[in-house]
Design a protein around this ligand. Sequence first.
Ligand code: GLY
Length: 264
Amino acid sequence: MTTPFLAFTRDVAPSMVDCELTHLARTPIDVTRARIQHAGYERLLATLGCTVRRIAPAPAFPDSVFIEDTAVVFDEVAVVTRPGADSRRGEVMAVEAALAEVRPVVRITAPATLDGGDVLVVGRRVFIGQTARTNAEGIAQLGALLAPHGYMVEGVTVTGCLHLKTAATAVDDATVLCNPDWVDPAAFTPLRTIAVHPDEPMGANVLRIGNQLLYDEAYPRTRARLEDHGYTPHLVDASELAKAEGAVTCCSLILRTLAPPIGR
Ligand code: GLY
């Protein structure tokens, strides 16, 4: 049966305990528990209309479960990134091979760096976080690759967290959930912004699947704000993944399922 979405995921590597960390202190990670949470996340993706395809595991890459950073996928094209952390560069090859089956693929190349976690797509606007992982060349290259498809990129200043999508994600095409301490809400004008609860700085990461939302249950006060605005997110426990500075968008690449060209 064809589902509306395809979700690429990748297993939790046993080496995740040695993950990159930028703004979080290292705390012990229970990999078994992380795997159970990840499996629950995948089940919820399936419930929300995704065919889940786990690509080949990458046990030597501690952050490989965070597949979002390796590509940015549009209906028209998949852009394979060049991650900003040296330890993550080798994650992209298997992702590229999987994406090549469903989209034309192009690449970000040196000296550019770009993490998918820094790329927030809202309609035809593509906001890109200026962070330690994504440089000016990465923003310029993505802009050049997307211009023929009618997307406009905009660099966004991010402070205090790893990625733009740690600080802000879209809940629909008109609304952004954000932490105003880490990103200026004015960057998204004229979109409406909803601020995270001040006690939940990490609560700005929500995953859109069509018009449904997948959200970490760890942020009930921010969830209440979403509910006040009429949204009803579906919840997962992602606490072990959060210790590795990952969140719900990080663990998948969500693509719309496109009809094959006539004649195929
Ligand atoms: N630990 C997630 C990352 O640094 O990319």
